[in-house]
Design a protein around this ligand. Structure first.
Ligand code: TXA
Ligand code: MG
Length: 319
């Protein structure tokens, strides 16, 4: 069983485990991460093992700042500008791997690019103390809902990992936005905690969308973020027996018949909705309803990332 320590008391224990090649669940401002030393194959293999994640899916390497990052990846003026503007924060940059970088190839799945992010809070302090980058996918079993509380991590992975650092509910609630820097152009690989428009405003160029050659973010499998219940998006009425994930002030038809209802944001605030998304899906899942109906959510701002996660949760399941 995992030991659960409050972030204020967890630093030394987390460091000792990481120095030993073990994995530790840590809070970041986006979601909880399952962290291991990104320079050690044994540690990275333990991450994949605990998550039950396919090996071909590369991980984000988390850094303590641009100095550490520039030993791992090649920054050009555009990527440097984005890192300066958004780090620490929910922006992941996919950049060319630097020669001599000590990132283990399991982290990049053998690609010649690497995904980098500087997180806020406990994670950044931990990386600075360790002096090495941490590989950290979201702290959930592969294909399951992303965890935004220590309790959710414990329920999913508690039997498989030695330590969960409890930093309370994560602030952003969605994973980071992933941008691939391709020369003079920027490609949005995953919408996330920073709205695309905010990044475009700083970069001064529009983000390209959709994959270029090959599978650009192999982690973006169609079925992902799945609760136990089926998810039905764009609902216009609640069907018998369904739970309702609501948004905004007005309800769809037969909303009063839902077996359980949670409203992502009664005022229609997308930031609040993002923060609540995964924990509310989990709570509605626990209601035992076979299906969660979801009210329409606008595609603007953070709505793009929220709808992306909901579409994945609603996609046909492989297993
Ligand atoms: O907010 C977050 O990003 C969280 C917290 C813990 O930092 N982490 C997270 O990691 O969501 P993960 O492993 O669940 O998602 C990483 C995504 C995957 O979809 C993966 O395919 C993509 O990043 N990725 C990693 N390296 C890549 C690369 N070199 N090229 C393209 N995509 C890459
Ligand atoms: Mg994930």
């Amino acid at each position: 069983m995992a030991e659960i320590l409050k972030a204020d008391d967890a630093m030394e224990r987390a460091l000792a485990l990481l120095e030993d090649g073990q994995v530790v669940a840590i809070p970041t401002e986006t979601v909880y991460g399952l962290a291991g030393d990104a320079t050690r194959g044994d540690a990275v293999a333990r991450i994949f093992e605990a998550k039950g994640r396919p090996r071909f899916n590369p991980l984000i390497a988390h850094v303590s700042g641009i100095v550490m990052a520039s030993g791992i990846a090649v920054f050009d003026p555009l990527s440097e500008k984005l890192a300066q503007a958004f780090w620490p924060g929910p922006l992941t940059l996919v950049l060319p791997l630097a020669r001599g970088a000590t990132i283990h190839p399991l982290v990049t799945a053998g690609l010649d690019t690497v995904a980098l992010r500087m997180p806020q809070g406990f994670g950044a302090q931990l990386i600075a103390r360790l002096g090495r980058p941490l590989a950290a996918p979201s702290a959930n079993s592969s294909g399951r809902i992303t965890a935004t509380t220590a309790e959710a991590v414990d329920a999913d992975l508690g039997r498989k990992i030695p330590l969960i650092v409890d930093g309370g509910q994560t602030e952003v609630g969605l994973e980071s936005t992933i941008i691939k820097v391709e020369g003079e152009t920027l490609r949005l690989l995953r919408p996330g905690g920073i709205a695309a428009g905010v990044i475009e405003a700083i970069a001064g160029i529009p983000l390209l969308r959709g994959a270029s050659a090959g599978v650009e973010a192999p982690g973006m499998l169609a079925s992902h973020y799945a609760p136990g219940a089926a998810v039905r998006i764009g609902a216009t009425r609640v069907m018998p027996g369904e739970a309702l994930l609501a948004f905004g002030a007005s309800r769809i038809a037969d909303a009063d018949k839902a077996v359980a209802t949670l409203n992502l944001s009664a005022s229609g605030n997308l930031r609040e909705a993002a923060t609540n998304l995964f924990s509310f899906m989990q709570a509605l899942d626990r209601s035992g309803a076979p299906t969660i109906a979801v009210e329409p959510i606008p595609e603007t701002g953070l709505g793009e990332a929220i709808n992306d996660r909901l579409r994945r949760a609603a996609a046909p399941r492989d297993s």
